[in-house]
Unconditional design. Structure first.
Length: 397
Protein backbone atom coordinates (compact mmCIF):
# COMPACT_ATOMS: atom_id res chain seq x y z
CA UNK A 1 0.00 0.00 0.00
CA UNK A 2 1.30 3.46 -0.91
CA UNK A 3 2.22 5.77 1.95
CA UNK A 4 3.05 9.47 1.72
CA UNK A 5 4.13 11.98 4.29
CA UNK A 6 1.61 14.54 3.04
CA UNK A 7 -1.50 14.06 0.93
CA UNK A 8 -2.98 17.36 -0.30
CA UNK A 9 -6.58 16.84 -1.34
CA UNK A 10 -7.24 19.52 -3.94
CA UNK A 11 -4.53 20.60 -6.38
CA UNK A 12 -5.97 24.05 -7.07
CA UNK A 13 -4.21 27.32 -6.31
CA UNK A 14 -4.09 26.79 -2.52
CA UNK A 15 -3.11 23.10 -2.62
CA UNK A 16 -0.44 23.62 -5.28
CA UNK A 17 0.94 26.63 -3.39
CA UNK A 18 1.33 24.50 -0.24
CA UNK A 19 3.19 21.81 -2.20
CA UNK A 20 5.48 24.50 -3.65
CA UNK A 21 6.10 26.07 -0.22
CA UNK A 22 7.00 22.69 1.28
CA UNK A 23 8.95 21.00 -1.49
CA UNK A 24 12.50 22.28 -0.77
CA UNK A 25 12.26 21.44 2.93
CA UNK A 26 10.49 18.17 2.17
CA UNK A 27 13.28 17.14 -0.20
CA UNK A 28 15.88 17.80 2.50
CA UNK A 29 13.89 15.65 4.96
CA UNK A 30 13.09 12.88 2.52
CA UNK A 31 9.35 13.59 2.70
CA UNK A 32 6.98 12.65 -0.12
CA UNK A 33 4.03 14.85 -1.12
CA UNK A 34 0.98 13.72 -3.10
CA UNK A 35 -1.46 16.13 -4.79
CA UNK A 36 -4.89 14.66 -5.52
CA UNK A 37 -6.97 16.65 -7.97
CA UNK A 38 -10.14 15.78 -9.95
CA UNK A 39 -9.38 18.15 -12.85
CA UNK A 40 -6.19 17.63 -14.83
CA UNK A 41 -4.12 20.78 -15.40
CA UNK A 42 -3.73 21.74 -19.04
CA UNK A 43 -0.50 21.07 -20.90
CA UNK A 44 -0.10 24.75 -21.69
CA UNK A 45 -1.64 28.11 -20.87
CA UNK A 46 -4.35 29.20 -23.29
CA UNK A 47 -5.27 32.91 -23.12
CA UNK A 48 -9.00 33.56 -23.03
CA UNK A 49 -11.04 36.74 -22.94
CA UNK A 50 -13.29 35.14 -20.31
CA UNK A 51 -10.55 33.80 -18.01
CA UNK A 52 -11.38 33.98 -14.29
CA UNK A 53 -8.91 36.05 -12.28
CA UNK A 54 -7.68 36.55 -8.72
CA UNK A 55 -6.57 39.76 -7.02
CA UNK A 56 -3.18 39.13 -5.42
CA UNK A 57 -2.14 41.49 -2.63
CA UNK A 58 1.34 42.99 -2.39
CA UNK A 59 1.95 40.62 0.53
CA UNK A 60 1.12 37.67 -1.75
CA UNK A 61 3.71 38.91 -4.25
CA UNK A 62 6.30 38.86 -1.43
CA UNK A 63 5.42 35.25 -0.57
CA UNK A 64 5.73 34.10 -4.19
CA UNK A 65 9.01 36.01 -4.50
CA UNK A 66 10.39 33.98 -1.59
CA UNK A 67 9.28 30.81 -3.36
CA UNK A 68 11.04 31.86 -6.58
CA UNK A 69 7.82 32.02 -8.59
CA UNK A 70 7.02 35.71 -8.91
CA UNK A 71 9.12 36.35 -12.01
CA UNK A 72 7.05 33.78 -13.93
CA UNK A 73 3.71 35.00 -12.50
CA UNK A 74 4.51 38.65 -13.21
CA UNK A 75 4.60 38.08 -16.97
CA UNK A 76 0.79 38.21 -16.96
CA UNK A 77 0.13 40.07 -13.72
CA UNK A 78 -1.55 43.46 -14.12
CA UNK A 79 -0.42 45.85 -11.36
CA UNK A 80 -3.00 47.80 -9.34
CA UNK A 81 -1.46 51.26 -9.08
CA UNK A 82 -4.45 53.03 -7.56
CA UNK A 83 -7.69 52.04 -5.81
CA UNK A 84 -10.68 54.37 -5.81
CA UNK A 85 -13.36 53.66 -3.20
CA UNK A 86 -16.67 55.50 -3.63
CA UNK A 87 -20.32 55.42 -2.60
CA UNK A 88 -22.69 56.02 -5.51
CA UNK A 89 -24.77 59.18 -5.22
CA UNK A 90 -22.91 60.41 -2.13
CA UNK A 91 -19.91 62.65 -1.56
CA UNK A 92 -17.60 60.22 0.30
CA UNK A 93 -14.61 58.83 -1.58
CA UNK A 94 -11.11 57.59 -0.81
CA UNK A 95 -8.08 56.99 -3.03
CA UNK A 96 -5.16 54.71 -2.30
CA UNK A 97 -2.05 54.82 -4.46
CA UNK A 98 1.04 52.63 -4.71
CA UNK A 99 3.23 55.73 -4.93
CA UNK A 100 1.93 57.07 -1.59
CA UNK A 101 2.49 53.67 0.04
CA UNK A 102 6.02 53.36 -1.35
CA UNK A 103 5.38 50.08 -3.17
CA UNK A 104 5.51 49.19 -6.89
CA UNK A 105 1.82 48.17 -6.79
CA UNK A 106 -0.95 47.81 -4.21
CA UNK A 107 -1.71 44.41 -5.68
CA UNK A 108 -1.94 42.51 -8.95
CA UNK A 109 -4.69 40.85 -10.96
CA UNK A 110 -3.73 37.48 -12.46
CA UNK A 111 -5.74 34.99 -14.48
CA UNK A 112 -6.25 31.82 -12.45
CA UNK A 113 -5.22 29.62 -15.39
CA UNK A 114 -1.89 31.44 -15.68
CA UNK A 115 -1.26 31.32 -11.93
CA UNK A 116 -2.08 27.61 -11.88
CA UNK A 117 0.24 26.96 -14.81
CA UNK A 118 3.11 28.76 -13.04
CA UNK A 119 2.49 26.78 -9.85
CA UNK A 120 2.35 23.38 -11.59
CA UNK A 121 5.53 24.10 -13.57
CA UNK A 122 7.29 25.13 -10.34
CA UNK A 123 6.67 21.76 -8.64
CA UNK A 124 9.56 19.32 -8.28
CA UNK A 125 8.46 15.87 -9.57
CA UNK A 126 11.10 14.22 -7.38
CA UNK A 127 9.18 15.38 -4.29
CA UNK A 128 5.61 16.05 -5.46
CA UNK A 129 3.53 13.33 -7.13
CA UNK A 130 0.12 13.76 -8.77
CA UNK A 131 -2.99 11.58 -8.75
CA UNK A 132 -5.01 13.34 -11.41
CA UNK A 133 -7.77 13.08 -12.39
CA UNK A 134 -8.70 11.44 -9.09
CA UNK A 135 -11.05 12.11 -6.22
CA UNK A 136 -10.96 11.14 -2.55
CA UNK A 137 -14.26 9.53 -1.57
CA UNK A 138 -13.52 8.77 2.10
CA UNK A 139 -11.04 9.54 4.87
CA UNK A 140 -10.37 7.14 7.74
CA UNK A 141 -8.43 8.30 10.81
CA UNK A 142 -5.57 6.01 11.81
CA UNK A 143 -3.37 6.13 14.88
CA UNK A 144 -0.48 7.56 12.85
CA UNK A 145 -2.27 9.35 10.00
CA UNK A 146 -5.16 8.91 7.58
CA UNK A 147 -6.22 6.31 5.04
CA UNK A 148 -7.65 7.79 1.85
CA UNK A 149 -10.05 5.91 -0.42
CA UNK A 150 -10.08 7.11 -4.03
CA UNK A 151 -12.73 6.85 -6.71
CA UNK A 152 -10.62 4.32 -8.66
CA UNK A 153 -11.02 1.83 -5.77
CA UNK A 154 -7.44 2.33 -4.55
CA UNK A 155 -6.35 3.41 -1.08
CA UNK A 156 -3.29 5.14 0.31
CA UNK A 157 -2.02 6.21 3.75
CA UNK A 158 -0.44 9.50 4.81
CA UNK A 159 1.06 11.10 7.91
CA UNK A 160 -0.83 14.36 7.24
CA UNK A 161 -3.96 14.90 5.16
CA UNK A 162 -4.58 18.47 3.99
CA UNK A 163 -8.16 19.22 3.03
CA UNK A 164 -8.01 21.94 0.34
CA UNK A 165 -10.99 20.87 -1.78
CA UNK A 166 -12.98 24.12 -1.70
CA UNK A 167 -15.81 25.83 0.12
CA UNK A 168 -18.33 23.07 -0.54
CA UNK A 169 -16.07 20.32 0.77
CA UNK A 170 -17.99 17.06 1.07
CA UNK A 171 -15.06 15.50 2.95
CA UNK A 172 -15.23 18.24 5.59
CA UNK A 173 -18.87 17.34 6.16
CA UNK A 174 -18.08 13.60 6.14
CA UNK A 175 -15.51 14.16 8.91
CA UNK A 176 -18.12 15.96 11.03
CA UNK A 177 -16.34 19.33 10.89
CA UNK A 178 -19.09 21.87 11.40
CA UNK A 179 -19.14 25.26 9.71
CA UNK A 180 -20.56 28.62 10.67
CA UNK A 181 -22.42 30.13 7.72
CA UNK A 182 -23.60 33.72 7.45
CA UNK A 183 -25.47 34.18 4.16
CA UNK A 184 -25.30 37.63 2.56
CA UNK A 185 -28.46 36.95 0.51
CA UNK A 186 -26.52 38.16 -2.52
CA UNK A 187 -24.87 36.68 -5.59
CA UNK A 188 -21.66 37.84 -7.25
CA UNK A 189 -21.87 38.36 -10.99
CA UNK A 190 -18.40 37.79 -12.46
CA UNK A 191 -17.43 38.89 -15.97
CA UNK A 192 -14.66 40.57 -17.94
CA UNK A 193 -15.26 44.03 -19.41
CA UNK A 194 -13.46 46.14 -22.02
CA UNK A 195 -13.68 49.95 -21.55
CA UNK A 196 -12.99 52.47 -24.31
CA UNK A 197 -10.31 54.26 -22.26
CA UNK A 198 -7.12 52.82 -20.81
CA UNK A 199 -7.55 51.67 -17.19
CA UNK A 200 -3.95 52.72 -16.35
CA UNK A 201 -3.79 50.25 -13.48
CA UNK A 202 -6.78 51.72 -11.65
CA UNK A 203 -9.09 49.53 -9.54
CA UNK A 204 -12.53 50.71 -8.47
CA UNK A 205 -14.56 49.69 -5.42
CA UNK A 206 -18.03 51.21 -5.82
CA UNK A 207 -20.83 50.82 -3.30
CA UNK A 208 -24.46 51.28 -4.34
CA UNK A 209 -27.84 50.86 -2.69
CA UNK A 210 -28.29 47.63 -4.66
CA UNK A 211 -24.89 46.15 -3.69
CA UNK A 212 -21.14 46.71 -4.08
CA UNK A 213 -19.13 46.31 -7.27
CA UNK A 214 -15.43 46.08 -8.05
CA UNK A 215 -13.70 46.66 -11.37
CA UNK A 216 -10.08 45.46 -11.43
CA UNK A 217 -7.45 46.00 -14.15
CA UNK A 218 -6.45 43.07 -16.38
CA UNK A 219 -3.95 42.70 -19.25
CA UNK A 220 -5.02 43.78 -22.77
CA UNK A 221 -6.99 46.66 -21.20
CA UNK A 222 -9.68 44.34 -19.90
CA UNK A 223 -11.23 44.73 -16.46
CA UNK A 224 -12.50 42.02 -14.11
CA UNK A 225 -15.98 42.84 -12.84
CA UNK A 226 -17.37 41.59 -9.52
CA UNK A 227 -20.93 42.93 -9.20
CA UNK A 228 -22.89 41.95 -6.10
CA UNK A 229 -26.69 42.03 -6.27
CA UNK A 230 -29.67 40.37 -4.63
CA UNK A 231 -30.36 36.87 -5.97
CA UNK A 232 -33.19 37.52 -8.45
CA UNK A 233 -31.70 40.83 -9.59
CA UNK A 234 -28.34 39.15 -10.21
CA UNK A 235 -30.12 36.47 -12.28
CA UNK A 236 -31.89 39.19 -14.28
CA UNK A 237 -28.57 40.93 -15.01
CA UNK A 238 -26.95 37.67 -16.05
CA UNK A 239 -29.71 37.04 -18.60
CA UNK A 240 -29.75 40.52 -20.22
CA UNK A 241 -28.45 40.90 -23.75
CA UNK A 242 -24.96 42.39 -23.99
CA UNK A 243 -26.01 45.95 -24.87
CA UNK A 244 -28.66 46.16 -22.15
CA UNK A 245 -26.22 44.78 -19.58
CA UNK A 246 -23.49 47.28 -20.52
CA UNK A 247 -26.00 50.15 -20.40
CA UNK A 248 -27.12 49.18 -16.90
CA UNK A 249 -23.54 48.73 -15.71
CA UNK A 250 -22.57 52.06 -17.23
CA UNK A 251 -25.40 53.75 -15.35
CA UNK A 252 -24.09 52.44 -12.03
CA UNK A 253 -20.34 52.74 -12.66
CA UNK A 254 -20.32 55.98 -14.65
CA UNK A 255 -17.79 57.06 -17.29
CA UNK A 256 -14.56 56.89 -15.29
CA UNK A 257 -13.15 54.63 -18.04
CA UNK A 258 -15.22 56.01 -20.89
CA UNK A 259 -17.84 53.87 -22.59
CA UNK A 260 -17.98 50.18 -21.67
CA UNK A 261 -17.65 48.37 -25.01
CA UNK A 262 -17.65 44.61 -24.44
CA UNK A 263 -18.65 42.06 -21.82
CA UNK A 264 -17.70 38.40 -21.83
CA UNK A 265 -19.43 35.39 -20.31
CA UNK A 266 -21.28 36.13 -17.06
CA UNK A 267 -21.22 33.75 -14.08
CA UNK A 268 -23.20 33.87 -10.82
CA UNK A 269 -21.99 32.74 -7.39
CA UNK A 270 -24.21 32.81 -4.26
CA UNK A 271 -22.35 34.51 -1.41
CA UNK A 272 -21.92 33.53 2.23
CA UNK A 273 -19.25 33.90 4.87
CA UNK A 274 -18.29 30.32 5.75
CA UNK A 275 -15.89 29.38 8.56
CA UNK A 276 -14.92 25.86 9.63
CA UNK A 277 -15.17 25.42 13.41
CA UNK A 278 -12.09 23.16 13.34
CA UNK A 279 -9.05 23.75 11.16
CA UNK A 280 -6.74 21.10 12.65
CA UNK A 281 -7.00 17.63 14.13
CA UNK A 282 -4.22 15.11 14.70
CA UNK A 283 -2.81 14.40 11.21
CA UNK A 284 -5.38 16.70 9.53
CA UNK A 285 -5.47 20.34 8.34
CA UNK A 286 -8.38 22.18 6.70
CA UNK A 287 -7.08 24.87 4.33
CA UNK A 288 -8.25 27.45 1.78
CA UNK A 289 -11.97 27.92 1.11
CA UNK A 290 -12.67 24.71 3.04
CA UNK A 291 -11.43 26.60 6.14
CA UNK A 292 -12.86 30.05 5.39
CA UNK A 293 -14.73 31.42 2.39
CA UNK A 294 -15.07 35.23 2.24
CA UNK A 295 -17.09 37.78 0.29
CA UNK A 296 -15.08 38.57 -2.87
CA UNK A 297 -15.63 42.35 -2.87
CA UNK A 298 -12.67 43.08 -0.58
CA UNK A 299 -10.40 40.67 -2.47
CA UNK A 300 -9.03 39.05 0.71
CA UNK A 301 -9.93 35.36 0.43
CA UNK A 302 -7.08 33.83 -1.58
CA UNK A 303 -4.51 36.16 -0.03
CA UNK A 304 -5.48 35.05 3.49
CA UNK A 305 -5.30 31.42 2.38
CA UNK A 306 -1.80 31.95 0.99
CA UNK A 307 -0.66 33.44 4.31
CA UNK A 308 -2.11 30.32 5.96
CA UNK A 309 -0.08 28.25 3.49
CA UNK A 310 3.10 30.10 4.39
CA UNK A 311 2.51 29.76 8.14
CA UNK A 312 1.63 26.05 7.85
CA UNK A 313 4.68 25.23 5.75
CA UNK A 314 6.98 27.07 8.18
CA UNK A 315 5.42 25.28 11.18
CA UNK A 316 5.75 21.84 9.56
CA UNK A 317 9.37 22.42 8.54
CA UNK A 318 10.41 23.95 11.89
CA UNK A 319 9.87 20.84 14.00
CA UNK A 320 11.72 17.53 14.05
CA UNK A 321 8.47 15.58 14.09
CA UNK A 322 6.90 13.92 11.07
CA UNK A 323 4.06 16.03 9.63
CA UNK A 324 0.81 15.44 11.50
CA UNK A 325 1.96 16.17 15.05
CA UNK A 326 -0.99 17.87 16.79
CA UNK A 327 1.12 20.32 18.82
CA UNK A 328 2.75 21.58 15.60
CA UNK A 329 -0.63 21.97 13.89
CA UNK A 330 -2.09 23.79 16.90
CA UNK A 331 0.91 26.16 16.93
CA UNK A 332 0.16 26.96 13.26
CA UNK A 333 -3.48 27.63 14.11
CA UNK A 334 -2.52 29.90 17.00
CA UNK A 335 -0.11 31.85 14.82
CA UNK A 336 -2.81 32.51 12.21
CA UNK A 337 -5.65 33.18 14.66
CA UNK A 338 -5.23 36.98 14.73
CA UNK A 339 -4.63 37.29 10.98
CA UNK A 340 -7.73 35.24 10.20
CA UNK A 341 -9.92 37.06 12.74
CA UNK A 342 -8.91 40.53 11.55
CA UNK A 343 -9.05 39.72 7.84
CA UNK A 344 -12.40 37.94 8.02
CA UNK A 345 -13.77 40.69 10.28
CA UNK A 346 -12.48 43.43 7.96
CA UNK A 347 -14.04 41.78 4.90
CA UNK A 348 -17.35 41.08 6.65
CA UNK A 349 -17.67 44.56 8.17
CA UNK A 350 -16.90 46.32 4.88
CA UNK A 351 -19.54 44.17 3.16
CA UNK A 352 -22.20 44.77 5.81
CA UNK A 353 -21.41 48.47 6.31
CA UNK A 354 -21.80 49.28 2.63
CA UNK A 355 -24.83 47.03 2.25
CA UNK A 356 -26.79 49.04 4.85
CA UNK A 357 -28.93 51.84 3.41
CA UNK A 358 -30.19 53.38 6.66
CA UNK A 359 -29.68 57.19 6.52
CA UNK A 360 -27.52 57.44 9.66
CA UNK A 361 -25.31 54.58 8.47
CA UNK A 362 -24.87 56.01 4.98
CA UNK A 363 -24.01 59.44 6.41
CA UNK A 364 -21.50 57.88 8.80
CA UNK A 365 -19.74 55.80 6.18
CA UNK A 366 -19.44 58.80 3.85
CA UNK A 367 -17.80 60.78 6.62
CA UNK A 368 -15.59 57.74 7.17
CA UNK A 369 -14.52 57.67 3.51
CA UNK A 370 -13.77 61.39 3.63
CA UNK A 371 -11.81 60.93 6.85
CA UNK A 372 -9.92 58.05 5.30
CA UNK A 373 -8.81 60.31 2.47
CA UNK A 374 -7.83 63.13 4.84
CA UNK A 375 -6.18 61.26 7.73
CA UNK A 376 -2.86 59.63 6.76
CA UNK A 377 -2.72 57.13 9.70
CA UNK A 378 -6.22 55.80 8.96
CA UNK A 379 -5.47 55.66 5.26
CA UNK A 380 -2.19 53.83 5.93
CA UNK A 381 -4.01 51.23 8.07
CA UNK A 382 -6.67 50.68 5.39
CA UNK A 383 -4.00 50.39 2.68
CA UNK A 384 -2.04 47.81 4.67
CA UNK A 385 -5.21 45.74 5.11
CA UNK A 386 -5.87 45.94 1.36
CA UNK A 387 -2.25 44.96 0.62
CA UNK A 388 -2.40 41.93 2.93
CA UNK A 389 0.19 43.39 5.32
CA UNK A 390 -2.07 44.30 8.22
CA UNK A 391 -1.13 41.67 10.79
CA UNK A 392 2.13 40.24 9.53
CA UNK A 393 5.46 41.65 10.67
CA UNK A 394 7.25 39.27 8.27
CA UNK A 395 5.62 40.97 5.27
CA UNK A 396 6.75 44.54 4.75
CA UNK A 397 5.35 47.40 2.72
Amino acid sequence: MNRFNLAIIGGGLVGASLALALQAGAKARGWTILLIEPFAPGDSYQPSYDARSSALSFGTRQIYERLGLWQAISRRAEPILQIQVSDRGRFGAARLSAMEEGVPALGYVVENAWLGQCLWKGLDPEVVSWRCPAEVTALQALEDGYRLSLNDDTTLDCDLAVLADGGRSGLREQLGIHVTTRPYNQSALIANITPSEAHCGQAFERFTDEGPMALLPLPENRCALVWTRKGMDAKRLAELDERSFLDELQGVFGYRLGALCQVGARHLYPLSLVEAQEQVRPHLVVLGNAAHSLHPIAGQGFNLSLRDVQALSEALLAGPQAPGDLATLQAYCERQRLDQALTIGFSDRVTRLFGNNQPLVTAGRNLGLLGLDLLPPAKRWFARQAMGLGTRSDLQG
